[in-house]
Write a protein that binds this ligand. Sequence first.
Ligand code: SF4
Ligand code: SF4
Length: 283
Amino acid sequence: MKIAIASGKGGTGKTTIATNLACSLARMGTTAQYLDCDVEEPNGHIFMKPDIEKTEDVTIGVPAVDTEKCDGCGKCGQLCQYSAIICLKGTVMTFEQLCHSCGGCMAVCPQDAIREIPRKIGVAEFGRSDGVYFGHGKLDIGVIQTPALIRHVKQNAMANAVVVVDAPPGTSCPVIEAVKGSDFVLLVTEPTPFGLNDLKLAVEMVRELGLPFAVGINRCDIGDEEVASYCRQQNIEIILEIPDNRSIAKAYSEGIKIIDALPGYEEKFVQLYRDINRRAGIK
Ligand code: SF4
Ligand code: SF4
């Protein structure tokens, strides 16, 4: 069972729900894994406080040109869609920070002049916290190959666990990489005009991907009724509501999980899992 917690915009409480869900599952005796795939700005570790047992450098393959073999034909540059390799007046230049590691330039080179060398894009760390298997990625500064690092983190998903994937915010390529292959997506939002706008985009995305989903509303008692009304119109279920509570905000600001700060919330997250379990497979 792989559950992605996603949101059309940042700051909606996605990580709060993902970390509390994973920990609640572990406390009820279920093998649970939390994977923070918001690799540009991971913050799940602030709440999970994991003991890191394994750190890996994550690399992608980028081209290196053998100038002895290259005859300046320019086919590599014509092929690359990212301008990561160009041939000017018979001289090839590479811009590895733009390379998406597709291997196309190597395949097309008639002189076999291009080989792949590794380029570090970030690190992945794995460990344990509060009975939960923990993993996250941290993208190096200035690196744009976010999906590659997310893929690496997700490759460590355990087959025998309930895996909670904390997706990056938005609806772009990194989010799609994070939610792809999930059994269920919980879209987290807030009942505000911005929350509604970004929820609509997120709904379009998961529908396009054909993934079963439902909505969770954080700070459900602020704002207006528009999110609830949109969900009703679209026949989308709201399966979690968390009120705007000063104690929750205080716990969040101190890096404390809701289930450790407020009684009753552990059962609420276990119930969320049961609800997701029932709905998984229903589009
Ligand atoms: S591997 Fe792909 S993205 Fe990278 S330089 Fe070659 S063609 Fe461009
Ligand atoms: S395709 Fe190969 S031979 Fe042609 S310019 Fe590129 S590196 Fe040189």
